[in-house]
Design a protein around this ligand. Sequence first.
Ligand code: KIV
Length: 266
Amino acid sequence: MSSITLATLRKMKRDGEKIACLTAYDASFARLVEAAGTEVVLVGDSLGMVVQGRESTVPVTLDEMVYHSAMVRRGCSRPLLVVDMPFLSYSRDPALALESAARLMKEGGAQVVKLEGGAAVLDSVQRLSELGVPVCAHLGLLPQSVHKLGGYRVQGREEASAAAILHDAQRLAEAGADLLVLECVPSGLAAEVTAAVEIPVIGIGAGPACDGQVLVLYDMLGITPGHRPKFSRDFLAGADSVADALDSFVRAVKSGEFPAASESFE
Ligand code: KIV
């Protein structure tokens, strides 16, 4: 099977075929995630929490992202490899964003770099895009800003914040973003954003209308300790194996069965 490219994902959006994405942090899981048929693998800085046991993604470093990205790249070749840029490694100025992206792509094998935020990162997105670096934007709940937000909460419930998210999505796409992750926003807002931009929108806690779905691997395997987010599902419960659980996730995304209304926000 041929490798997934941004063109593949754009065509899937146009054709209404759902995109399946999971996080991975090492070669062994990357192999399993690829075998399940996901189009996108995300080396998320969620690794700070689910792998390193930290309280948030804030302390994750660029060296750590490069290290995990290189492992994931060795484990899979078909899915598009999207890698998170860590907190403050891209937003201070576009030159820093370029240096960080260069390391993730050259040493980590990233094909797309992901960064969080709206207006504050437009310059970086534009510069990266002009120089041929594919970019995935991230709006809604921004985990790297957890200390500013005061917790992990649904975003865009009020009219003004919903309008700001929609406006930011359009500006990020105009600035050259190739993909958008939309996290923890009401389903109706996610549907509006998905219809308003030509770039594929991958949701997490953003309802069923997005062009694709992503989950944190350890959440959907039920191995993250503590409370599981409402928008996640334990696909290992009732499955015969990890491979079986990953297959069920991909099937549920493709058929539109995941996420259900009870796993989405109004
Ligand atoms: O870091 C991560 O895993 C992410 C997902 C939650 C989308 O950004």
